[in-house]
Design a protein around this ligand. Structure first.
Ligand code: LIP
Length: 262
């Protein structure tokens, strides 16, 4: 797929950050057994990845705004455009040497995500999309799954870290959903959960408390693959609400009804 100059910049930058993180990931695997543990090292890797990404994107597009997990928000001179970046989504997986994490870069224009990249460097899987131009995994076009029965569906979610946040509500979600589906997965990286819905690997995903940088890119990839996306509050936008429900077009209503308990 021949993308726009912005998409090509995003892909190039995600690959550069991914190369840096793969090198650090090999070191993290060695640090698992150290008494100090890899915590500080991973924090440095996370911050270095965001520095790499911010430097390249802001040098190329100096007027755009910025929202990054590690460095926060910067207003740009162009109020209509901003980058939304999670340099290392799946931080806890990375910390534990689990090869399931991603670089997530989204471009927002007038409040709408128009280009998206989610790069799984450990597995060399580049998920990307542009508004109106479809969703892709490396050279292959993506389409959400064709399953239309909940009992055949596999759904992903995120559970609050250390039992904080909406744990009671999430446990109630599981109590309602698990008896009526084929299974639930909690793999710890929202950006990849969304990318896997777009690829038809999962039939849907939801999470009650999630940050804009975790989901901004994945939302466009799911939509461009034919999936549906909403917030747990149907009147809200997922990025603004900090919650998300998404699924293939056949199962979205049933999953949303189950999670919203409506
Ligand atoms: C993670 C999300 C995941 C969520 C975790 C965490 P991070 O993002 O991708 O879905 O359940 O609590 O927020 O912190 O690894 O960038």
């Amino acid at each position: 797929m021949q993308g726009s100059a912005n998409l090509n910049l995003m892909i190039k930058t995600a690959r550069k950050a991914g190369r840096s993180l793969v090198k650090d990931f090999r070191e993290v695997e060695n640090l698992q057994v150290s008494s100090k543990g890899p915590g500080d090292f991973v924090s440095r890797a996370d911050r270095e990845a965001e520095r790499l990404i911010k430097t390249d994107l802001m040098e190329a597009r100096p007027t755009y705004g910025w929202l990054g997990e590690e460095t926060g928000a910067d207003e740009g001179s162009d109020p209509t455009r901003r980058w939304i970046v999670d340099p290392l989504d799946g931080t806890t997986n990375f910390l534990h040497g689990l090869p399931h994490w991603a670089v997530s870069i989204a471009l927002e224009h007038k409040g709408e995500i128009t280009a998206a990249v989610v790069f799984d460097a450990a597995k060399d899987e580049m998920f990307f999309a542009e508004k109106g131009a479809g969703a892709w995994l490396n050279e292959s076009r993506l389409r959400v799954s064709g399953r239309n029965k909940m009992i055949e569906g596999i759904f992903a979610t995120g559970v609050p870290f250390g039992g904080t946040g909406p744990l009671p509500a999430t446990l109630q979600d599981l109590a309602r959903l698990m008896p009526v589906c084929a299974g639930v997965r909690r793999w710890g990286a929202a950006a990849l959960d969304l990318a896997y819905v777009a690829a038809g690997r999962y039939d849907g995903y939801w999470e009650r408390h999630i940050k804009p940088w975790d989901i901004a890119a994945g939302i466009l990839i799911v939509r461009e693959a034919g999936g549906m996306v909403g917030a747990i509050d149907p009147a809200q936008d997922p990025v603004a609400d900090g919650s998300i429900i998404c699924a293939n077009d056949a199962l979205f209503a049933a999953l949303a009804k189950t999670i919203r308990n409506s």
